[in-house]
Design a protein around this ligand. Structure first.
Ligand SMILES: Cc1cc2nc3c(=O)[nH]c(=O)nc-3n(C[C@H](O)[C@H](O)[C@H](O)COP(=O)(O)OP(=O)(O)OC[C@H]3O[C@@H](n4cnc5c(N)ncnc54)[C@H](O)[C@@H]3O)c2cc1C
Length: 499
């Protein structure tokens, strides 16, 4: 006997997003979150990569019809994206607090059962389910579920209890300090520093003694960050504005006036992070326990890859887990979660390590940056790096007849239907499989799957292939005839009428 089909452990962005996906797929999960209320700790300043298009698919955070950015950075080196067509680097400057608030609101509107102040202490599993020992406001209790998903962050209790290894590297060579302050910025947003001239905002300034960054995510609040390499500071000593000022002075060799921010609506950021971890769960599934987000991988944050990776994990997992619970999943569907997502975790660990290295001190690194900078002047290298950072390089193994769209993120086609024009992302709101029939005769083939696959007949300028799109936004069949469509429907969405 189980109390619930799925328990999600952790109500950060990935746990909340997973709750939304499962609810959209018709499940009624329970989400257990240790904190009594949403964290006010400032984390991500924005989302980078395909996750922005994913939010467009789910109509979240105002990500409608997003546009890519013309410039970005790789390891602090400029990345000029203006010549890329298509340019895959989308950026949404939404703070993590707001993202979590939007996700929680969405989850609650879908009927989510979110238990705050409930911490999972221990977990065991057997052939039929998972037993979780939970400590809640009214004491300890046991919850039994068919599946449990650990979205409980880098120190994941779920991962440890399930006996899943977390190999990788940890080091303590660098210390990053950040603070919200008020800086005497120039009208163009730059900062005049004696001996350095005007330092541009949103730029990694790599100097002999470390890295300096300043940015105004809001006009009245400035973010200052330094990264220094050297002896580890005392972590127990609370960080102060004076310590931030000293660090800036060491890195720039000059004093920068920094004033406290008056009347902030959230506690001003004052943070010191020492060391780095690059680690990945050795498997994302152990029996009835699955991992997603930071519970499955941790890495340096240069370039903001964390949520692009984690939120695509949970959207990949959500529909597969729901199909498994509801009984229509084809054999092995749930195992494609690890198979598809694990290699992408490896890619992010690789490029975040490279970016961290490119920011570190030393003449060899300077030489490497010179070469890298030259390579980034080449169109093909910019394409490679932008696809890597955004996740546009993803091409899942789908089987079936070859097509350039197969396994790729579905393009945001502008479709002309009998009910008017619509963008493909607008048809993905319900997180259901979608067949866009440009052929006019495919609906009949898909008819037996109507309970779980939406079919939209349409015309589309400049596109002749019909596409079958999975709920996570990836094309699992594309073609101008019906060849392979029935097999793709069966491969991904099971036998018709099998619920
Ligand atoms: C300073 C900083 C800046 C960042 N900037 C960016 C950025 O700009 N862009 C970007 O994409 N990413 C960024 N990241 C990374 C991003 O914040 C993480 O990838 C993201 O928070 C991971 O979400 P998650 O839901 O997997 O885990 P978390 O956000 O860690 O959430 C885990 C949740 O699980 C709960 N929990 C833990 N244990 C238990 C338990 N036993 N029982 C119940 N609940 C439990 C915790 O309370 C927490 O709420 C940044 C991270 C940091 C630290």
């Amino acid at each position: 006997m189980t109390d619930v089909d799925v328990v999600i452990v952790g109500g950060g962005p990935n746990g909340l997003m997973l709750a939304c996906e499962l609810l959209l797929a018709g499940l009624d999960p329970v989400l257990l979150e240790r904190l009594p209320e949403r964290s006010r700790e400032p984390k991500a300043n924005g989302l980078v990569g395909q996750v922005v298009q994913l939010l467009d698919h789910r109509d979240l955070c105002g990500a409608t019809d997003p546009r890519p950015v013309p410039f970005y950075m790789f390891g602090g080196l400029p990345l000029d994206l203006r010549e890329l067509d298509p340019n895959p680097l989308y950026v949404l400057p939404v703070p993590q607090r707001e993202l979590e608030a939007a996700l929680e609101e969405r989850a609650l509107s879908l009927g989510a059962r979110i238990r705050r102040g409930h911490s999972v202490r221990e977990l065991t599993q057997d052939a039929d389910g998972v037993s979780l020992q939970v400590s809640g406001p009214d004491g300890e209790y046991e919850l039994r579920a068919r599946y449990a998903v650990g979205c409980d962050g880098g120190r994941s209790t779920v991962r440890k209890a399930a006996g899943i290894g977390f190999p990788g590297v940890s080091g303590a060579e660098s210390t990053s300090r950040s603070a919200n302050v008020l800086l005497p910025l120039e009208p163009d947003g730059s900062l005049e520093v004696p001996g350095h001239g005007r330092l541009a905002p949103f730029t990694f300034h790599r100097l002999d003694n470390g890295v300096f960054i300043h940015a105004a995510f809001r006009p009245d609040v400035h973010l200052v960050t330094t990264i220094e390499w050297g002896p580890e500071p005392e972590d127990e000593v609370p960080m102060t504005l004076a310590e931030m000022g000293e660090s800036v002075r060491r890195v720039l060799g000059a004093h920068v006036p920094m004033n406290p921010v008056p009347d902030m609506d959230t506690p001003p950021l004052l943070r010191r992070l020492t060391g780095h971890n690059t680690r990945q769960a050795d498997r994302y599934r152990e029996g009835r326990v699955l991992l997603a987000g930071d519970a499955a991988h941790v890495h340096a944050g240069v370039g903001g890859p964390g949520l692009n990776l984690g939120m695509q994990d949970v959207v990949n997992l959500g529909w597969k887990l729901a199909a498994t619970v509801r009984g229509w999943a084809p054999e092995g569907l749930l195992d494609t979660y690890h198979r598809e997502r694990y290699p992408l975790g490896e890619r992010v660990m690789m490029h975040s390590q490279v970016q961290g290295l490119l920011l570190s001190p030393g003449s060899e690194v300077t030489a490497l940056r010179t070469l890298f900078g030259e390579l980034l002047g080449k169109h093909s290298t910019v394409r490679h790096v932008a696809d890597l950072m955004s996740g546009a390089e993803i091409r899942y193994e789908m089987g079936g007849p070859a097509h350039e769209l197969l396994g790729r993120w579905a393009p945001a086609l502008k479709l002309d239907t009998d009910r008017g024009s619509v963008r493909l992302p607008e048809l993905m709101r319900g997180a259901r499989p979608l067949l866009v029939d440009l052929n006019g005769s495919l609906g009949e083939i898909a008819a037996p799957w109507r309970d779980r696959v939406d079919v939209v007949g349409a015309r589309c300028a400049g596109q002749d292939a019909s596409v079958l799109v999975r709920p996570d936004g990836y094309v699992c069949w594309a073609g101008t005839t019906e060849e392979g469509l029935r097999e793709a429907l069966t491969r991904w969405f099971g036998q018709p009428g099998g619920c």
